[in-house]
Design a binder for this molecule. Structure first.
Ligand code: 6R9
Length: 659
């Protein structure tokens, strides 16, 4: 299909009806059913969620109340009085209920021949062993454990071992730098760090332990470090602190049985750091009963996951998508989750499709940036492999542009598979807005409608409801079980970021509109957060990394539209008076950000600027900087409050000379 075909399709405003094939087996089979469930969930939320949780989760002790909240305070509790355990729900009950020999995790390593399959029984044993290792290191309920690992099974094992004993994991994406790791360890005062010798990526071995060493050297809370051998490269082990995973796991004294901690529903399950518009990353806190219920609920209804399916989510577990939809959601349901270590383009752009064919994947969940990157490589790669096992497709991380949607639909979905564009956030724990594959008619580019139980709405700046098609702030008007319960160690920030601007509602920070038929169209962040390849980066974080360099006086960072990544990072940098601009310095500053935060934060463009467009009150007018970054020089809007309007011309000239 050519570009023009896609364009004309868009003009037709076609909708795509849900498939009939497989529909009789589906959990939700029609819009009428969806509407009935939605209405029920709004009329009787306690009844709805109580039933869902009882159906999906094993409780050691049933709760006393379903929901108990006041978003003004804010205070949110779900399933108070109930006791359960996440690892028990993901493992033990399946071992007891006939899934003992079923594959829980199929792991495909980056080298084609590296495949490991863990049955529920095997995973249970490994998790118990590692839980006992953690216990032997003095880790107790409520203690924090940082996990800094590539996409290897040990990461999932370590997560489940933590939740089994009530320890709180904080996973740090292995692409983050030593400094980022250190900040995250220090913020939550982790006792133990689990890491590996290296990351295997696109045929290269990237050492990881040196980053861990650097971070630990400034993190006095760390008592022990467990190191997984992945690549076999040389590492230094510190006596008394560092131990090898394979050695401690093989220790005779470590048992393969370990009782579960009976957790209160509101006990913290994990922390995950995410970027915000100001300051350092915040530790988003998720708790036990509500989170578990919510991820199981959404995995079942959005992906229509059945026992015999092979389900593959391509995210990295370092992000929330991997937490909820590689590990906890699918395993809570007793599903088979495929975990993949590699990248889409190595050794060829057919890699994903090769994996789909090899394991006969039924449900495939990826990000628009992946779709766009593969689209650029050409359709022939999708044709090299048999994709006929696929049944449901998913998308997450950023809005999927209609062109990418159509490509995904046509060449991966063979024009018949439903695409569930799932809108959600680290803070929401699970999917809030998405199509249900066998019920919702699809519109390319729309995340369609809120899940049952989710009261999503668009409000104006004053909090009043927006009219259909009017853009505004995307808010949720009542809590759902997976909502974050705090920002670790910072209750004030929890309140001010999410609950202050629109009292009584959860503020997502995204802009959106709802069309005449109730479809949600997400427009992106309204705050200073950039979405690079589906990953959130706070501009403030990158700016503070830049100004930490001795040559830099001031920096302003904005997002710039990018064909594959959605957005990339554009940095304007004002040097200190005595520093000369040079290509070397430009390179050095880009490399600096890379080591300060991580490769994903590296500015794509770095422009030296004599001055930045500031208002008389000293605020940087980012809107102007965004326009210049996007090479849109026509309409800067109202610039009358600028202290020096001449700056704009200078910046445009500077940008032109860059190209
Ligand atoms: C799950 C995840 C959250 C931000 C969110 C929004 C953007 C995610 C989206 C989407 C449009 C979708 N986002 N999914 N925008 N359509 N289907 O990505 O969490 O890393 O916290 O990012 O990502 O802007 O606010 P997180």
């Amino acid at each position: 299909m050519s570009h023009e075909d896609i364009e004309s399709m868009m003009r037709e405003k076609r909708t795509f009806e849900p498939p009939k094939e497989h529909r009789d087996k589906a959990y939700i089979t029609s819009m009428e059913e969806y509407e009935k469930l939605y209405k029920r969930s709004m009329d009787d939320p306690d009844g709805f969620w109580g039933e869902r949780s009882e159906e999906l989760i094993h409780w050691f002790k049933k709760w006393d109340t379903v929901a108990d909240y006041d978003l003004h305070k804010p205070e949110v509790k779900w399933f108070s009085g109930g006791r359960t355990n996440i690892a028990y729900n993901c493992l033990d009950r399946h071992v007891q209920n006939g899934r003992r020999n079923k594959a829980a995790i199929i792991w495909q390593g980056e080298p084609e021949e590296d495949v490991r399959v863990y049955t529920y029984q095997m995973l249970h044993t490994e998790v118990c062993r590692f839980a006992n290792v953690l216990k032997s290191m003095g880790v107790k309920k409520g203690d924090r454990v940082s996990l800094y690992l590539p996409m290897i099974p040990e990461l999932a094992i370590a997560m489940l071992a933590c939740t089994r004993i009530g320890a709180i994991h904080s996973i740090v994406f292995a692409g983050f730098s030593a400094v980022s790791l250190q900040n995250r360890i220090q913020d939550c005062e982790a006792k133990v760090l689990v890491t590996s010798d290296a990351v295997l990526r696109a045929g290269r071995t990237i050492p990881l332990k040196p980053n861990a060493d650097e971070a630990m050297s400034k993190s006095p809370s760390i008592q022990k470090c467990v190191v997984v051998r992945r690549a076999g490269n040389e590492v230094t082990m510190q006596d008394g602190r560092d131990v090898w995973w394979h050695e401690v796991m093989e220790d005779e004294s470590i048992s393969g049985e370990c009782d579960c901690e009976e957790m209160e529903a509101e006990d913290t399950a994990f922390i995950l750091y995410t970027s915000g518009s100001t300051g350092k990353p915040k530790g988003v806190v998720h708790t036990t009963g509500g989170y578990l219920t919510y991820v199981a609920h959404t995995t079942q209804w959005v992906f229509d996951l059945h026992d015999e399916d092979v389900y593959w989510c391509t995210a990295d577990i370092g992000w929330i998508t991997g937490h909820s939809y590689i590990v906890y959601g699918p395993l809570a349901l007793g599903g088979t989750s495929l975990m993949f270590e590699g990248v889409p383009s190595y050794p060829s752009p057919a890699r994903y499709w090769k994996v789909v064919e090899k394991f006969k994947v039924n449900i495939f969940y990826t990000a628009p940036t992946v779709v766009r990157a593969l689209m650029r490589e050409g359709v022939e790669w999708t044709r090299k492999h048999d994709l006929s096992s696929l049944r449901v497709l998913g998308s997450v991380g950023e809005p999927i542009n209609p062109e990418a949607w159509m490509w995904y639909f046509k060449y991966v979905g063979n024009e018949k598979l439903p695409i569930c564009d799932t809108w959600w956030q680290t803070e929401t724990g699970g999917i809030l807005i998405s199509a249900l594959p066998y019920a919702t008619p699809l519109k390319p580019g729309s995340a369609t409608m809120p899940m049952p139980g989710v009261e999503a709405a668009i409000v104006r700046a004053d909090g009043s409801d927006a009219s259909p098609n009017e853009g505004g702030h995307l808010v949720i008007k009542q809590p759902w079980p997976g909502i974050l319960r705090g920002v670790f160690g910072d209750p004030a920030r929890y309140k001010s970021t999410y609950f202050e601007r629109f009292p009584g509602m959860y503020e997502s920070g995204d802009g959106a509109r709802v069309d005449d038929e109730g479809y949600f169209w997400i427009m992106g962040r309204l705050d200073d957060v950039i979405n690079v390849s589906g990953h959130r980066m706070g501009t403030a974080e990158i700016e503070s990394a830049l100004v930490a360099h001795e040559a830099v006086a001031e920096a302003a960072v904005v997002g710039m539209p990018h064909q594959v990544k959605g957005e990339t990072i554009y940095a304007y940098v004002t040097l200190k008076g005595d520093v000369e601009e040079s290509e070397e310095l430009r390179k050095e500053l880009r490399a600096w950000v890379r080591t300060e935060i991580g490769p994903i934060a590296t500015p794509e463009v770095l422009q030296f600027a004599e001055g930045l467009p500031k208002t008389r009150s000293g605020k940087i007018m980012r809107r102007v900087l965004r326009k210049i970054a996007a090479s849109k020089y026509d309409d800067f809007g109202d610039t009358s409050t600028l202290a020096d309007p001449g700056v704009i011309t200078e910046l445009i000239e500077g940008k032109r000379s860059l190209l």
